[in-house]
Design a protein around this ligand. Structure first.
Ligand code: PHB
Length: 395
């Protein structure tokens, strides 16, 4: 009884104080404060265009809501992570400690992601991953405050092996950058290709982000495989496509890849990309009203053609909008915010997808072929691909 009376008395005092204007500044500020959104993305280096596309996509989703999240205005903060893993922790810490972001959106590179992941787990800040596919973030180190809207590194290549063998390409060379994304893309490729009856003749690699492909292409020519499969992305992917064609390999050794190989690079690669076959959770030519409207709006707003990175950024925005609306902008209501995002079905330009228990998309993988500067969809290579989420226990 005493306690209750005390509480009542106190709240009466607060109301009294507020009506005299004494507490008003704090109260007003708490309600009108902007949501602080931090982008930690590459804006320089081989993945620079990927960072820009992700930011554009995210802004587009938010602009469709009048530029607000759960009714609140947004203040943006930006850090160029340079795809440099050595600065990952420092850059993420700057956004969280100095800029006090409510949500950190990043990043592209799997190595840098591990820096963000440490900071997210240590501080509890909400982290939305708009690209980087590093397995552990939604496997053994999955976390309640970390959500991925893109893929795990092995998801696209898990759909690749069968498509290759179905086309009679049973002996392949694999080539990639030697870092988490390339290594984990290989895992998916090895599993799917050998299960379908293919043989991997040789695994080739070079350090990220090197683009000195010549010696490796000479080696491929002498190995004479039926096909080459790879993981490359961004500026490095455009260079690989051009060098592969310049070496004459595209005439008799079919090139395959996870679809990043041909995303955002079709102008830069020109004819060198024609005929390349890839698997990916998106295709430019998906013939749905949702995709067509998205492509039109994006092109109008940014004077650029959207790619898978733009879609992933857009979906990151859609996910955060769902969460923020569910808590009416109060992102500190974490249980309700995370609950809404966990249960979300995202109506994406890639097709509808749902969030797995480990916080990674369950999604279809398309087989695509490059024709006249477009990733044309040939069919669905695998339906509802879910990452195994090995070792994930949310706690
Ligand atoms: C990654 O490092 O996880 C990564 C980078 C670029 C991509 C895909 C994955 O296109």
């Amino acid at each position: 009884m005493t306690t209750r009376r005390l509480v009542l008395t106190r709240s009466a005092a607060v109301i009294g104080a507020a009506s005299t204007g004494l507490l008003l500044p704090q109260i007003v500020r708490a309600q009108s404060d902007k949501v602080r959104v931090g982008f930690m993305l590459p804006y320089t280096g081989t993945f620079a265009q990927l960072g820009v596309a992700i930011e554009n996509g995210f802004r587009m989703a938010v602009n469709e809501q009048g530029g607000k999240l759960g009714g609140r205005e947004i203040e943006f903060f930006k850090v160029d992570d340079e795809s440099n893993p050595a600065k990952g922790i420092e850059n993420a810490t700057r956004l969280v400690q100095r800029d006090k972001v409510d949500v950190l959106i990043g990043t592209v590179h799997s190595g840098v992601q591990m820096g963000i992941h440490k900071v997210a787990r240590d501080t509890g800040v909400l982290n939305l991953i708009p690209n980087a596919g590093v397995h552990v973030a939604t496997r053994a180190q999955c976390a309640p405050n970390v959500f991925r809207t893109s893929f795990t590194n092995s998801q696209p290549t898990l759909a690749l092996g069968k498509a290759m063998v179905d086309r009679g390409h049973k002996k392949a060379v694999w080539i990639t950058w030697n870092y988490a994304a390339g290594d984990e893309a290989y895992e998916g490729f090895e599993q799917s290709y050998t299960a379908a009856g293919g043989t991997i003749v040789k695994k080739l690699g070079l350090p990220f982000p090197n683009v000195e492909f010549q010696a490796l292409l000479t080696e491929i020519a002498s190995l004479k495989p039926d096909a080459v499969a790879c993981f490359f992305a961004g500026g490095g992917a455009a260079k690989f496509l051009r060098d592969y064609a310049a070496a004459g390999l595209n005439r008799n050794i079919q090139l395959y890849g996870s679809g990043f190989l041909t995303e955002g690079v079709l102008d830069a690669a020109g004819d060198a990309a024609n005929g390349v076959l890839t698997t990916m959770h998106y295709s430019d030519s998906l013939d749905t009203p949702r995709n067509k409207q998205f492509r039109l709006d994006y092109a109008k707003t940014f004077r650029l053609q959207p790619d898978v990175y733009a879609v992933q950024g857009y979906d990151t925005g859609l996910l955060l909008v769902k969460g923020a609306n569910a808590v009416k902008g109060d992102l500190s209501n974490k249980a309700a915010l995370y609950g809404a995002m966990e249960g979300a079905t995202i109506d994406s330009p890639r097709g509808k997808w749902t969030m797995s228990k480990a916080h990674n998309p369950i999604q279809d993988m398309y087989l695509r072929k490059v024709e006249n500067k477009e990733n044309k969809v040939i069919g669905v290579a695998a339906k509802a691909v879910a990452d195994p989420a090995t070792g994930c226990r949310m706690g």
